[in-house]
Design a protein around this ligand. Structure first.
Ligand SMILES: [Zn+2]
Length: 569
């Protein structure tokens, strides 16, 4: 490819709306162009990188026994209504009507297509297992698309679906996919973590996220410093502290705390740390009152509360709820709560005693509130938000909080879709059984964004060679010298003949502009030929990722470039 012909006009400045590095650089380096919010055109450079990601995924999926299919993007509403997702996806799904007024949707994921498909073709346990996948554009009508490819409304995904006869076989299919995913992300060169994840809206029990580490990521996760545990913050758990040893306890005493309804205000008034306070947070769980107890220095994780109370829908108490129960907001304590209130305590509450908590009267608190003597706990649960520095649930080591972006997600779905869609097969004993399914997604466009986020510097993109649109750029610095132009042309031809994807920057531009564009686009290897080089018989080589430079004799230059590429990240 000749730079003079390449459909790529790089930009000095990113548009003002581009806040994160990947968004800015992919636009500046002419990889993508915005059509409308959350919808992008892929230019030749971007498309080549996306196709490289696609090839890696296809090779690994085929190698892991997946069979590629291609399902439609435009989908009928009916099966989505059967599984309940027409409603649960709500406005996040692009919905439309055809001229006959039939309801249709644009696919955000395709369990509702693939499940009836397999059930329509296969009928016996002998047909199983099977794993079908596709690489297809997907749609989500994000309320606020942002950060370029990180939260887009149109995005390229690989989605795979496994069908097995029982739990054990499903778990085995799942393991094969998790292994394939690790090979895929390793080959892409990403810095990523496999984390235990919250089941989320697709459902199922066991599921993992593959998170590309990035400070701008929207997903928080914890990892143990000893490497034995990683989890999404919504699902993360910490080792609970040991219970408080028995001993003398203070008597419970009421005291006036006028206007002090917050933990901090009471803490300041009494000169005691927030960890000595016992928070008592009230929820309505499907009409039942639930009090959640947690030490004052910790936060409740609402996702965990929702899981504990599932399937009852959970919401925080509102003013009317407090009023109906005669409770005073900001001054609630667990002592004296009536029997019809379910009291759930986080495990960390066992570690404390002589609590300061609300006195269930306006402007009053108590000190010396103690478990069993003064208040009861109906259920002990893990409802605390894990924080940086908490002990690992596996080894007691230190958990560290980090951010990233989800680039892959795997789920063991079980019969969650096969049951409502009546997708069954005849098992060995003649009984009809629902398929045990797994589903596995990878965001290709997110991998590109994640790599751009992880591999860049002030000069621009520093693609790992597996994802770079081209392997090398040949840069003649003096276009007015025939010897420079001819030598560059020759090196370009020789490198291409060796099988490298090469761009010759044959533009009538200054060396400075060419160097800046080469850095911005992120060609892994730069081959520079100038007047001085011709005179001394040398070319300059640069590895973009490491900044490493070397000179090579003109004659051996292509092999030196090839070797540098082989050693580049
Ligand atoms: Zn650990």
């Amino acid at each position: 490819m000749r730079m003079s012909k390449l459909f790529a006009r790089t930009l000095r400045e990113a548009p003002a709306e581009a806040g994160v590095a990947s968004h800015q650089l992919l636009i500046r380096a002419a990889f993508i162009r915005k059509l409308m919010a959350g919808v992008y055109t892929w230019l030749p450079l971007g498309w080549r990188t996306l196709r490289k990601v696609e090839r890696i995924i296809r090779e690994e999926m085929d190698g892991a026994g997946g069979q590629e299919v291609r399902m439609p993007i435009v989908l009928p509403a009916e099966p989505w209504k059967v599984t309940g997702r027409w409603q649960t996806y709500g406005d996040l799904m692009f919905k439309l009507r055809d001229r006959h007024d039939r309801e249709l949707g644009l696919g955000p994921t395709q369990e509702e297509v693939v499940t009836p498909l397999v059930a329509g073709e296969f009928s016996s346990y002998r047909d199983l297992p099977v794993n079908l996948y596709q690489i297809e554009w997907k749609y989500r009508d994000e309320f606020r698309p942002r950060s370029g490819l990180l939260r887009a409304r149109e995005f390229l995904m690989k989605d795979a679906y496994s069908f097995d006869r029982d739990d054990r076989s499903m778990a085995a299919s799942y393991e094969v996919m998790v292994d394939a995913y690790q090979r895929i992300f390793d080959r892409c060169g990403l810095d990523y973590r496999v984390v235990e994840a919250d089941p989320g809206e697709i459902g199922g029990d066991v599921n993992h996220e593959f998170i590309a580490v990035a400070a701008v990521g929207e997903d928080e996760f914890v990892s143990c410093e000893n490497g034995d545990y990683s989890a999404d913050l919504e699902a993360a758990t910490a080792r609970p502290p040991p219970p408080a040893p028995p001993g003398d306890r203070e008597p419970m005493t009421r005291l006036d705390t006028p206007g002090r309804s917050s933990i901090q205000a009471v803490s300041d008034l009494l000169g005691r740390p927030p960890a000595d306070m016992l928070k008592c947070i009230l929820y309505d769980a499907g009409g039942r009152a639930v009090a959640v107890l947690i030490p004052g220095d910790r936060e409740v994780n609402d996702d965990k509360v929702a899981r504990v109370m599932w399937p009852a829908p959970v919401r925080l108490f509102e003013d009317a709820d407090f009023k109906a129960r005669g409770l005073v907001k900001g001054f609630v304590g667990p002592q004296g709560l009536s029997d019809d209130v379910t009291i759930i305590a986080d495990w960390s509450v066992r570690a404390g005693h002589d609590w300061v908590t609300g006195a269930n009267a306006a402007d009053r608190h108590v000190t010396g509130a103690n478990l069993d003597r003064d208040f009861r706990v109906d259920r002990w649960e893990d409802v605390a938000q894990v924080r940086d520095g908490d002990p690992c649930p596996r080894c007691g080591g230190t958990l560290r909080l980090a951010r990233g972006m989800v680039v892959g997600h795997t789920y063991q779905l079980g019969a969650r879709y096969s049951k409502p869609l009546k997708a069954t097969f005849v098992d060995e004993d003649g009984t009809e059984q629902p398929y045990q399914m797994g589903c596995y997604g990878i965001g290709l466009t997110r991998i590109v964004a994640g790599a751009a986020e992880q591999f860049n510097d002030d000069g621009g993109l520093k693609w790992p060679k597996a994802l770079a649109p081209y392997d090398a750029v040949v840069i003649p610095t003096n276009m007015d010298l025939p010897a420079v132009v001819q030598t560059s042309e020759r090196l370009y031809q020789e490198l291409s003949a060796l099988g490298l994807d090469v761009v010759l920057d044959d533009r009538e531009e200054s060396a400075g502009v060419k160097f800046a564009d080469a850095d911005l686009i992120g060609f892994p290897i730069q081959v520079v030929i100038g007047k001085r080089g011709i005179e001394s018989g040398k070319v300059d080589l640069k590895v973009r990722a490491t900044g490493e430079r070397e000179q090579a004799p003109l004659e051996g230059a292509v092999h030196a470039a090839q070797e540098l590429l082989a050693g580049a990240p």
